[in-house]
Ligand binder design. Structure first.
Ligand SMILES: [Zn+2]
Ligand SMILES: [Zn+2]
Length: 318
């Protein structure tokens, strides 16, 4: 299995401002010694030593994930603004000739999970085939509504690729070729759906937009099937623990709750995801280091769990 993250931000696309870019440049130059800047090679080597938050960014695009099975079957998980760059990449493959096929799973239809669709070039190419799997029986209508003339000049049907919609149960288990898929309704305003993908003895879980607050935690064992023993779990950690109390019922979780759940269900790697748009790259560095401190302090109960944070372009191989 290969997973590539094309959009990791929650709620709204969040480009860097000029001021932020200048701050990064200034901080990098202050760190440099004269020898670091003496040739193009030394500059490249110096840049390599800098943390991602200084030499780049965790990313401003909203949620989009490319999943590839061991047979190279493609599943697109969510269609946020990251979908545009994924589409450009796919256009270099059979999707550019109208010969591509992919399955699509949307956690739900809040804007940050569908807003990339009007700009997804493979949808414009006749011959490409896309299968949507969703518990939402009206998914097609919801996506059509994003592209009515008052919102966007081109309708979904004008995009010539074949798009088929398959309704699954709220909590379902089914197969796509050799992949076992489990979907699970998650606590989120208007509902969202987590997905687990298994191939042979490997498992990947994507759980964006979910609020596991104290009330839900009482019923945590009902989520065992989706989380248990996952090799990799991508999980909504939009808020700090304090914010998750202040924003009770907003629909998102914190890193510490995510770590508790991952530890309880013997997950191997947890990836913090759906970053709050107000958070700078520096703040996201802190989110990760606080999460790792929490993990360390509770390591007795949490086994060998590894915690990382999502960034645009991140690739995971299971
Ligand atoms: Zn969201
Ligand atoms: Zn949402």
């Amino acid at each position: 299995m290969k997973i590539k993250l094309w959009g990791v931000r929650g709620s709204i696309p969040t480009p860097l401002t000029n001021e932020v870019i200048q701050d990064k440049l200034r901080s990098a130059l202050i760190k440099a010694r004269p020898g670091d800047l003496s040739s193009e090679e030394s500059i490249d080597a110096f840049i390599d030593t800098l943390p991602l938050s200084l030499k780049g960014t965790y990313g401003g695009n909203t949620t989009t994930i490319e999943f590839r099975s061991d047979l190279d079957d493609l599943i697109i998980l969510d269609c946020g603004s990251g979908l545009k760059n994924l589409g450009n990449d796919l256009m270099k493959t059979e999707f550019g000739q109208g010969k591509g096929t992919a399955d699509i799973f949307l956690t739900h239809t809040h804007w940050d999970h569908i807003q990339g669709i009007p700009f997804f070039l493979p949808f414009f190419i006749e011959g490409n085939r896309f299968n949507f799997y969703s518990p939402l029986a009206d998914l097609k209508e919801r996506l059509d509504y994003q592209q009515v003339p008052t919102h966007f000049p081109i309708t979904l049907d004008y995009m010539k690729a074949r798009k088929e919609f398959f309704t699954i149960d709220h909590d379902d288990e089914f197969y796509l070729n050799d992949l076992k898929i489990i979907s699970k309704r998650m606590p989120h305003p208007g509902n969202a759906y987590g997905i687990r993908i298994e191939q042979k003895d490997k498992s990947f879980v994507y759980s964006s937009d979910c609020e596991f607050n104290i009330n839900v935690f009482d019923d945590i064992d009902s989520y065992r099937d989706i989380f248990y023993n996952a090799d990799v779990l991508i999980f909504d950690t939009q808020y700090t623990l304090q914010e998750s109390f202040d924003k009770f019922d907003y629909g998102h979780s914190s890193a510490s709750i995510a770590i508790d759940i991952a530890g309880k269900f013997n997950v191997k790697q947890l990836i913090l995801f759906h970053h709050e748009p107000e958070y700078t790259d520096e703040k996201l560095d802190n989110v990760l280091s606080n999460a790792r401190t929490y993990l360390y302090m509770n390591s007795k109960n949490l086994g060998d769990l590894q915690v990382d944070i999502a960034y645009e372009g991140m690739e995971i191989i299971i």
